[in-house]
Design a protein around this ligand. Structure first.
Ligand code: HEC
Ligand code: HEC
Length: 384
């Protein structure tokens, strides 16, 4: 029971830590003399780490589970749709065999039609369903006039602001670079509310320029997500997972206390589009792009200039896994505007954190962000 809830929270954290750890544990048990990955060693290939890789041969091992998350989100299913828990290597479900063929088909479509660019993904056809719909649907609803109207209105519309203007306005709106850079640390205490309404005490520690640690006080012990300025990690009692390169990239953005100052330098170029309404506010969408990296989408309030939503992506060999963060309840603390509420959402998962108390410029020791040392518990699983 408790374990299931813990798994739920780990999934809510977006990282299938439990799966990662099951494999880490399995490796440790098989008495492999291998040291834990230390970053400098060549990344392991999927087929070197897992037992039955055929379609995904050649991808880095740490991309297997993110690819699986992408598949599950594309079909709107859980892992169990294709796997028996605890025996992922087995081919005992028809759906898994079908999925393997589909991976091959998807790669062939892209190779033969799009010069190998990943244009068609599982989601292109499946759209969150097991059975793709191949025939146009007749709806009883009148077609929304929105699209056509917007297009017509667009012709007479004033030009959009530039990305530079919007990013400057955002920085000014939260207090400006000087005020922001006077903040050297931030400690936030509040409550995390899950989809199901469960409430969990949570804290977030930030230290300039880019250290961050958030902790959820679960019944079974603390669950921690952290970035120490270089390396991200997650932990549950007696277990630690070091983040992969893609996970690190996302964690780095979240950890940047001066994000509003740095954002312009994070991407090679920015584009602006009219954004959809968010929570009743008109928005502009700024999209940051760099070659070889997934884009970053930032929705700014047209009126206040504040950041209302951020969407980032983790690249996998099969497609991109999106994460959406909505920011609300901005309040002034020591001359800077801080969102007191944010909602983090991924396909099939969402939670909200409401902050009740903020302290800034209080001492937070660097050691707080350091990953716990590989404990003896990691080689001697303590849970039955
Ligand atoms: C729609 C079917 C489908 C779903 C859903 C799915 N998988 Fe898979 N999974 C596969 C296929 C197919 C393979 C084999 C890939 C290959 O041959 O390279 C696989 C392989 C794996 C492996 C490698 C096992 C080994 O040792 O060879 C792991 C681990 C895994 N999946 C985890 C997961 C997790 C975790 C989830 C849920 C997030 C998940 N899968 C959801 C189809 C699926
Ligand atoms: C070009 C369109 C297309 C793409 C891309 C595609 N699928 Fe499918 N998929 C289908 C269609 C159509 C069916 C239904 C076939 C049928 O009904 O017999 C299907 C069926 C399946 C099934 C079997 C469902 C069942 O009821 O048994 C699985 C599993 C599946 N797809 C997984 C995937 C995965 C995983 C990917 C990405 C790697 C993917 N598909 C990409 C079109 C696609």
């Amino acid at each position: 029971m408790r374990r299931d809830r813990l798994n739920f929270w780990l999934a809510a954290a977006g990282i299938l830590l439990n799966f990662t750890l099951v494999f880490a544990g399995a490796r440790a048990q098989s008495a492999s003399p291998q040291a834990p990955a230390s970053g400098s060693t060549a990344p392991k290939l999927a087929e070197e780490q897992f037992k039955n890789i055929q379609a995904l041969k050649g991808i880095p091992a740490d991309q297997v589970v993110p690819s699986m998350q992408f598949i599950a989100a594309s079909l709107g299913v859980e892992c169990e749709y294709c796997h028996v828990r605890g025996a992922f290597e087995k081919d005992d479900k028809k759906t898994k065999i079908a999925a393997r063929k589909m991976i091959g088909m998807m790669m062939a479509i892209n190779k033969e039609n799009f010069e190998g660019r990943r244009e068609v993904t599982c989601y292109s056809c499946h759209r969150g369903a097991k059975d793709p719909v191949g025939t146009p649907i007749i709806t009883n609803e009148e077609p929304a006039p929105g699209a056509a109207e917007e297009k017509a209105a667009g012709e007479g519309k004033p030009a959009l602001p530039t990305a530079e203007q919007l990013l400057d306005k955002y920085l000014a709106a939260i207090g400006g670079a000087d005020a922001l850079q006077k903040i050297t640390s931030r400690v936030q205490r509040g409550t995390l509310t899950s989809f199901g309404g469960q409430k969990i005490p949570a804290e977030v520690y930030s230290k300039a320029p880019d250290k961050r640690l958030s902790v959820m006080h679960l019944q079974g012990g603390d669950s921690v997500t952290a970035f120490d300025g270089k390396q991200g990690w997650l932990s549950v009692p007696s277990r630690v997972h070091m983040m992969s390169a893609a996970e690190n990239d996302a964690a780095r953005i979240d950890a940047d206390l001066y994000f509003a100052v740095h954002v312009k330098a994070l991407y090679q170029k920015f584009g602006v589009e009219p954004g959809e309404k968010i929570d009743g506010h008109d928005t502009y969408l700024v999209v940051g792009r760099s070659e070889g990296h997934p884009p970053l989408r930032l929705y700014f309030d047209q009126q206040t200039g504040l950041l209302l939503q951020l969407v980032r992506y983790a690249e996998t060999p099969l497609g991109r896994n999106p994460t959406q963060i909505d920011y609300a309840d901005y309040r002034d603390v020591n001359g800077v505007k801080v969102p007191f509420r944010w909602t983090l959402a991924r396909p099939g998962n969402r939670f909200t954190i409401q902050i009740e108390q903020i302290q800034q410029n209080v001492p937070v020791d660097d050691s707080k962000f350091a990953p716990p040392p590989p404990s003896p518990a990691a080689t001697k699983p303590s849970t039955p």
